[in-house]
Design a protein around this ligand. Sequence first.
Ligand code: CDP
Length: 208
Amino acid sequence: MIIAIDGPAASGKGTLAKRVAAHWDLPCLDTGLLYRAVARDVRARRLKLTDTWAAVAAARSLEPDSLQDPGLRDRTMGEWASVAASIPEVRAALLAYQRAFAGQAGGAVLDGRDIGTVVCPKADVKLYVTASPQVRAERRFSELQARLEPVTYEAVLEDIQRRDARDAGRQSAPMRPADDAILLETSELDIEAAFDAAVGLIKRKIGQ
Ligand code: CDP
């Protein structure tokens, strides 16, 4: 069973994906980490994120173990990732890894922006998780505060809106719900309620 969970920045799709994966005992891949790691590696070499050659080289030499790096969750990494993610050749270089992960025996849960549209267009279930920009900014602001990152709510809201516009507006694999995705609006839901709703939608879809 392949479950694709997409949605805009800080929509809670990562938390939801992990909980859903644990519920059905499936492996889970947060594909945002791949783009964040590419950005980290390009910047570590003091090269530009818009340097296609450097970004593709970083994507091709990505070590899966390096996805555990907690620094990937830093605020700047999200912004940098979105710049690197708009390069079609970078996306192409990361596709085989994501598809191999999805193709494991028994299935997998993947979360990102283009899982339902490009990476796994034949996924058994596709969820598109949304929430208002204000709610998403509040959630991300609390996460960053817990990580002791000095940032204001307003700056986080701006980050999210800029990133959403870039992710939805790019030519290659723009962020959008697949035609057969089920929308899950979580502005009014806490994580428990969002998880319960997701499980209900998935069960109905797979006929459990
Ligand atoms: O956690 P958050 O929603 O803030 O971001 P993320 O899922 O870690 O993704 C970081 C960035 O990577 C996004 O803004 C996208 O530009 C890019 N991304 C993508 O293009 N395609 C994916 N499947 C996943 C992430």
